[in-house]
Ligand binder design. Structure first.
Ligand SMILES: [Cu+2]
Length: 417
């Protein structure tokens, strides 16, 4: 081939374009590498900007466009020279489909094994086992359908790619197939929905067992915390009324209701194992969601209304630590509604303990009713001050008075100045 023909040859021109793109990219990379070794540059702030990624995307588009143009030139050249098509795009597409299937199926396998091993441990409540069964059944059915339909979809796209050697078979309609793919999914979905409905009913509609009454606990959400109220010896959490909310009565508890008098504040949720517990859920501001993942418990807390969730924890914290092989394991309560800036920080510790430990813990909790609240509700203030306490209080008083006198003298001096 003479030099002139070599220059005019369009295949060579296309290859030259590709070569130029690669070599210039390579040159840039080398330059960048040289600069990097000479003086380390902190790329952190650049990697955080959106403009960087927009430019990167545009650059990628430009690169693909250049390669596409080069290929087009190559094909046009072959066409003008009367040669057959250079690249069989049907085959390229078919191979890409097959590749996509293989990579995609590997992705599914990877998800199930890598992220699959990060799922929650076994349910720690009675109803949680039934919820897990539902999840697993749905997952198994959808996985089988997903894999089969995708294999059929991509394998057909590969095998029956466009070819000059065969003509497409015109197949517009088949009643039998229509019936099968309507009736089978309808049956499967009906069974799943029915099972879901029955599971839901078994969780939310319980016949009350007089010998095994649930422990009543009230949980109130607000931005961004949970207030937990336990009942006192009467086992009933007293009434509340939002109109009674004041600085010292944040939950608006009605202390005219005698059931409120012995109620307790708790900083964590502690429950005895194997005993039913009924949570009364409310919210002071926006909708939050009472979420205890290990017990498969989740229900919204809605301002202006109360909701209930009753369940029975079955595994103690200590047992779960052994089961998960994690000595630091703790059950948690989270908020599952994006309720504001500090939503992420709405959590509380939950401990499942033996009945004896529970009783001991409950006895150590502080009552809601303070002397200030007694005054506000005109309730008698119990006289339980011991001589030692009185002396202490008097001593504190004297110190306070002395401090106040000192401050006053200082202020007067300052004023005179
Ligand atoms: Cu929240």
């Amino acid at each position: 081939m003479s030099l002139r023909r070599l220059i005019v040859n369009k295949t060579m021109a296309a290859l030259a374009v590709i070569f130029t793109v690669f070599s210039s990219a390579n040159a840039f990379a080398q330059e960048a590498a040289a600069a990097a070794t000479a003086k380390p540059v902190d790329m952190g702030p650049i990697h955080k900007t959106a403009a960087f990624y927009v430019l990167l995307f545009l650059l990628l588009c430009l690169f693909i466009a250049i390669v596409g143009k080069a290929l087009k030139v190559y094909e046009l050249t072959r066409e003008t020279q009367g040669k057959s098509e250079g690249i069989n795009w049907n085959t390229v597409n078919a191979v890409l489909f097959a590749l996509f299937l293989i990579v995609g199926l590997y992705g599914v396998y990877w998800e199930y094994t890598v992220h699959g091993s990060m799922i929650l441990p076994e349910a720690a409540s009675e109803h949680g086992v039934r919820i897990d069964e539902m999840f697993n059944l749905t997952l198994i059915i959808t996985t089988i359908v997903f894999i089969l339909t995708h294999i059929v979809l991509f394998v057909f796209a590969y095998i029956y790619r466009s070819s000059d050697k065969r003509k497409a078979y015109y197949y517009p309609h088949n009643n039998t197939i229509e019936k099968i793919w309507t009736i089978v999914p309808a049956l499967v979905l009906t069974l799943l929905v029915l099972k879901g409905f029955l599971t839901w009913r078994s969780i939310f509609y319980k016949a009350e067992d007089a010998n095994n009454r649930p422990i009543n606990i009230e949980v109130t959400s607000s931005q961004f915390l949970w207030d937990i109220r336990y009942p006192g010896p009467d086992a009933i959490v007293g009434k509340r009324n939002y109109k009674l909310t004041t600085a010292i009565n944040g939950l608006g508890i009605d202390f005219n209701d005698k059931n409120s008098l012995d109620d307790l504040i708790a900083d964590e949720i502690v429950l005895p194992v194997g005993k039913p517990v009924r949570f009364t859920l409310a919210s002071k501001d926006v909708i939050h969601s009472f979420y205890m993942p290990h017990f498969r418990v989740q229900l919204n807390t809605v301002p202006g209304m109360v909701s209930y969730f009753e369940f029975t924890p079955t595994v103690t914290t200590e047992e779960m630590r052994t089961k998960t092989n994690d000595p630091k394991f703790n059950y948690i309560l989270l908020c599952a509604k994006i309720c504001g800036t500090n939503h992420f920080n709405m959590q509380k510790n939950v401990r499942i303990v033996s009945d004896a430990e529970y009783k001991e813990w409950l006895a150590a909790q502080t009552p809601y009713l303070t002397n200030d609240l007694r005054k506000a509700f005109n309730l008698p203030i119990p006289v339980e001050a011991t001589p030692a306490a009185t002396e202490e209080a008097q001593a504190a008083d004297t110190t306070a008075t002395a401090a106040a006198v000192k401050l006053d003298v200082k202020n007067q001096i300052a004023l005179k100045k």
